[in-house]
Ligand binder design. Structure first.
Ligand SMILES: C[S@@+](CC[C@H](N)C(=O)[O-])C[C@H]1O[C@@H](n2cnc3c(N)ncnc32)[C@H](O)[C@@H]1O
Length: 508
């Protein structure tokens, strides 16, 4: 049968396989097939990266129904490929790949790639690995399996992958032992590894063990998959130590063929940068030693309160009154960011926020027997929380008493740290009230000279204006981005944001 006919059949069968499984099953097995156009695009980029033009030995360690093998046949002449091997753990997918591509030269090995023995001789290893590995998140990987994966990856390439990494990190590391010296690999993986802590060993592998050739990061607002929200990157490298002064190509945009951003980033820059998604938008010569300091120099930044059940712990002020609950068991708390469109929370004479939506947070430190004596109605409410299972939740059962909250005094500045609007994903809020905040916000507590200076209301307002004047791209560059274009900045990342003119407020 012609390749095009086989590919049309494959796409139909893949659709049926996907439809026969639940989302949870597919998450646990990492079964999200590469769209055919994307597989073809990845293969089209490959001849420019691989020196060998004949006798190529190809492998896909997670072959599925063979999308990459199909694209390989379209890209390389048949006589250019001397051998092709695909691993697949799912017997149904594996049998189908074998039926479709067996006669066309693909050797399908139905089994677990992470348990397979790599060839002992360099001559038996592969020249080209192209793979969309299972992403399977770490909480779906049992700990004994994680230990096995970590040990084999360390043995294969020296990368010490940590317990929070997804299965794809181990796949890349283990495949090292299957690659011939000088072989090329192209991996379609979540771009998350470029920014997160668990991605650090993989980033080190890419800068120090192999020669990183090219990373294309897709615009997260244009998800490549129809059936899962993940922001993707394609990472190409060759198995050889990098030359001194080597720079890797970084591209970004909706399409691999015509990226909207393109730049060469030296490995020396990548080695010291914990965030790679800022490239190529950020120029590599931009210094990390900002003249005006970073926000962490002026603020202690903490995540807001995780209550363990906002629906139970937070209620409108009038409901507290209606239930006859004592005000001293509660403290004011700010509503979510969408209720604070103005950006400034004013206070009344008692420090309560002047807002239409006034909320109170249950935060009581009295022991239960005393509570029962002094405030029987609140005690009843506590009993209800226990009956409804709130007390048994992870956060609550680790607090003493479970109906008290962690210590989070009101902060004068809050940051909304999640957002989809690329033009302005994050906002700073000036909080003049004594209300605390939940983990819908990051809380900025001024330290040192800044704490003294911010006692002055004019300085407080100037700080707030300057913070909101920080370019969105600067904040995005320190944060991370998830599938669907959700931008997020964690407390440690916000600390690294350049503080701009804020230090000027302290001079004199
Ligand atoms: C993300 S899908 C990609 C499939 C195919 N290569 C494609 O691009 O359409 C990953 C595949 O890896 C398979 N898989 C998961 N764990 C595996 C393992 N330990 N060994 C081999 N294959 C595995 C899954 O069943 C799934 O078919």
């Amino acid at each position: 049968m012609a390749n095009a006919t086989l590919e049309a059949l494959r796409i139909r069968m893949q659709f049926q396989i996907d439809a026969s499984k639940t989302r949870d099953e597919r998450n646990r097995m990492g079964q999200f097939a590469t769209p055919p156009g994307l597989a073809a695009g990845i293969l089209r980029r490959t001849p420019a990266l691989i020196c060998k033009k004949k006798g190529i030995m190809f492998m896909d360690p997670a072959v599925g129904t063979g999308s990459f093998y199909s694209a390989l046949l379209e890209t390389f002449p048949k006589h250019g490929i001397s051998r092709a091997v695909g691993y697949e753990i799912d017997t149904h997918c594996g049998a189908l790949a074998d039926d479709l591509w067996g006669d066309a030269g693909l050797e399908v090995r139905v089994g677990d790639f992470t348990r397979a023995e790599p060839p002992a001789e360099d001559g038996d290893r592969f020249d080209l690995i192209i793979c969309n590995p299972p992403y399977v998140r770490h909480h779906h990987i049992p700990s004994d399996k994680k230990r096995h994966l970590a040990a084999r990856t360390l043995g294969s390439c020296g990368a010490d992958i940590g317990g929070r990494a997804g299965l794809y990190c181990y796949f890349i590391g283990m495949s090292h032992a299957w690659m011939r010296h000088g072989a090329v690999a192209g991996w379609l993986i979540p771009s998350e590894f470029m920014d997160v802590v668990y991605g650090a060993p993989l980033r080190r592998y890419l800068t120090d063990t192999v020669t990183l050739l090219h990373i294309h990061r897709f615009d997260p607002n244009h998800c490549q998959f129809n059936d899962t929200r993940v922001s993707s990157a394609i990472v190409w490298f060759s198995k050889q130590k990098p030359m001194p002064g080597h720079a890797a190509r970084f591209t970004y945009g909706r399409s691999l063929e015509s990226p909207s951003q393109d730049g060469m980033i030296p490995l020396d820059v990548l080695r010291t940068s914990p965030k790679w998604t800022r490239y190529p938008a950020m120029k590599p010569h931009a210094t990390r030693h900002y003249k005006g300091g970073v926000l962490g120099d002026f603020f202690r930044i903490k995540r807001g309160l995780a209550t363990g059940g906002n629906g139970y712990f937070i209620m409108p002020e009038d409901e507290v009154e209606r239930r006859g609950l004592p005000r001293e068991g509660f403290r004011p708390v700010l509503p979510g960011p969408r209720h604070l469109a103005g950006g400034v929370v004013q206070a009344d004479g008692s420090g309560n926020p002047v807002l239409e939506r006034r909320l109170l947070l249950l935060d009581c430190r009295l022991p239960e027997d005393e509570l029962a004596r002094r405030h029987p109605l609140l005690h009843e409410y506590i009993e209800k929380g226990r009956k409804d299972g709130v007390a048994a939740g992870y956060l609550c059962r680790n607090r003493l008493p479970w109906y008290s909250q962690e210590n989070r005094p009101p902060a004068p500045i809050l940051c909304t740290y999640m957002g989809k609007n690329k033009a302005r994903p994050f906002r700073f809020i000036l909080n003049e009230s004594q209300a605390t905040a939940t983990n819908a916000y990051l809380m900025l507590y001024p330290v040192g000279k800044m704490a003294a200076a911010m006692a002055d209301p004019e300085i407080r307002e100037s700080v707030w204006r300057l913070l909101n004047g920080i370019r969105p791209q600067t904040m995005i560059g320190e944060g991370r981005v998830y599938g669907g274009g959700l931008h997020k900045v964690e407390p440690g990342e916000l600390c690294n944001v350049p503080a701009g003119g804020i230090s000027g407020l302290l001079s004199g």
